[in-house]
Design a protein around this ligand. Structure first.
Ligand code: SF4
Length: 246
């Protein structure tokens, strides 16, 4: 199993319930959608080589075996008490076989595998979920994408992970243009996973085509609605941006 990689590096998690936790990041290349706020546009196109922190570049595509070898060889991973790797993108679910194969190799060695995904492809997630310990799934609100809407796919992916016993964060990036009706519709769609998943309300970091910060009144409106709907949730910005780490 192979996948084109952008980079492999060690940093701290900047989003969701594991914010601040040191871990490795394995970033795959390519993504089938276009979010207006995308901060990883460099991942859209696979390049000939992947960057590996502290090592020579790797030729793409990289095999799961080699990715696992690179992960386990990172000095910080060797020293970590509970090493974790976040497989991110781009959109990593384009390569479910690669995710599964990396998990099969590193989990027996003590790694916990996090999957950060746009959650568009339930079949792909079903294929690899047995090798995932934590899912960070997006629910892309209408108006945050250049085109399309994937509400049902997001919910189905979350349900698959929860049935497999995986912890699930559902990330909703909030922008100034988020309409009240669209946010309310999202909460209604997500109600079927409300008891088990944690919602992450993430005020947008201006990037890409987004130049405006989230107005406090829009954030407050979203907080009020989420509380009223009975969700367990956190309001968290992208902490790695503030820390100025990758
Ligand atoms: S899913 Fe991720 S990589 Fe793809 S466009 Fe959206 S933010 Fe960028």
């Amino acid at each position: 199993m192979r996948a084109p990689l952008v980079e492999l590096f060690w940093s701290v998690q900047g989003e969701g319930r594991f914010v601040g936790v040191p871990m490795a990041f394995l970033r795959t290349a390519t993504c089938p959608i276009r979010c207006l706020y995308c901060d990883t546009q460099h991942s859209y196109t696979a390049t000939a080589h992947a960057d590996v922190q502290g090592q020579p570049k790797e030729q793409n595509p990289v095999t799961a075996e080699r990715a696992a070898e690179l992960l386990c060889g990172m000095p910080v991973a060797k020293a970590a008490r509970n090493p974790r790797v976040s497989i991110t993108g781009g959109e990593p679910l384009v390569f479910p076989g690669f995710i599964k194969s990396v998990g099969e190799r590193v989990r027996p060695l003590g790694f916990r595998v996090h999957l950060e995904t746009a959650a568009l492809d339930p079949l792909a997630l079903q294929h690899c979920i047995a090798q995932v310990d934590h899912l960070s799934a997006d629910y892309k609100l209408p108006g945050t994408l250049r085109a399309g809407f994937f509400g049902r796919q997001h919910v189905e992916c979350c349900a698959i992970a929860l049935r497999a016993g995986v912890t699930v964060d559902i990330k909703l990036v909030l922008m100034a243009s988020i309409g009240e009706a669209a946010f309310s519709h999202a909460l209604t769609e997500l109600d079927c996973v409300r008891e088990q998943a944690l919602l992450i309300l993430q005020p947008v970091t201006p990037c890409g085509e987004v130049h405006e910060k989230l107005p406090p009144e829009v954030l407050q409106r979203c907080i009020d609605a989420t509380e009223k709907a009975g969700f367990d949730f956190r309001v968290l910005p992208q902490v790695h941006k503030q820390l100025q780490v990758p």
